[in-house]
Design a binder for this molecule. Structure first.
Ligand code: PXP
Length: 248
């Protein structure tokens, strides 16, 4: 089964747009759990544009499923994570000017920072995942750095998938994810996927052997506006796992 991590950042985006107390990510998390979420993900950005510190504390105290806390590997974020002790931390690159996380980590350039961040987090008993591009070099480096998991950035896959007009082209795009997940599995790294996954492309993960988890936010929150969060989550869970949706 592919676990579904529901990213609630955009519940907070809606709240912050008006500076109100609603909608509340904790309330959303409980509905997501009822819809079958296997974990809850949130990203505390340096500029606090959506999720706030108090949201993360409240989520950790309230949810029944594991919390996956996304952060940049800065010392203040690491201090916070170690105090909070979520089930998992996903380390992501972060640029203030970007609209969302636009690419995977540069593992070569950030090797010293990531090595010490991973050691600190693992020392606190937290599972560590690295957000990387789906390529073999990133997998090997993540293993060398001591990560437990890699989350493959699916942004480029999703864009190309939207433009692929033949099944053949779609199959060849998914092969990159298949190969990356196989390489991760070989090195005992969990293979997670995230970014840009939606109701038109997430079912392709069914053909990726060793895909363990998908973290999905924007598409689920957008669909929830029309059908409600519980249904939006259970629809996505079916796409990821129900053989009726397997593309081939
Ligand atoms: N995984 C990671 C590491 C992310 O940074 C994001 C975007 O914040 C997501 C998953 C979710 O992406 P989306 O909102 O496009 O589903």
């Amino acid at each position: 089964m592919i676990r579904l991590g529901v990213n609630l950042d955009h519940i907070a985006t809606l709240r912050q747009a008006r500076g109100e107390r609603y909608p509340d990510p904790v309330q959303a998390a409980l509905l997501a759990e009822l819809g079958g979420a296997d974990n809850i993900t949130c990203h505390l950005r340096e500029d606090r544009r959506h999720i706030q510190d108090r949201d993360v504390l409240a989520l950790k105290d309230t949810i029944q499923v594991p919390l996956n806390f996304e952060i940049a590997a800065t010392s203040s974020m690491l201090d916070l994570a170690i105090k909070l002790k979520p089930h998992a931390v996903t380390l992501v690159p972060e640029k203030r000017e970007e609209r969302t996380t636009e690419g995977g980590l540069d593992l070569v350039r950030n090797k010293p920072t990531l090595t010490s961040a991973i050691a600190r987090l693992k020392g606190a008993g937290i599972l560590v995942s690295l957000f990387v591009e789906p390529d073999l070099q990133a997998v090997v480096l993540s293993h060398e750095l001591g990560a437990d998991a890699v989350e493959f950035h699916t942004g480029s896959f999703c864009h190309k998938m939207a433009e692929a007009i033949s099944t053949r082209a779609q199959k060849s795009l998914v092969e990159f994810l298949v190969d990356a997940a196989a390489a991760a599995h070989k090195l005992d790294l969990q293979a997670h996927f995230g970014h840009g996954l939606n109701y038109s492309n997430a079912h392709w993960l069914q053909v990726v052997n060793h895909a363990e988890e998908a973290n999905i936010g924007h598409a689920i929150v957008a669909r929830a506006v029309f059908v409600g969060l519980k249904e939006a989550v259970s629809d996505m869970k079916r796409l990821l796992n129900d053989p009726a949706h397997r593309p081939y």
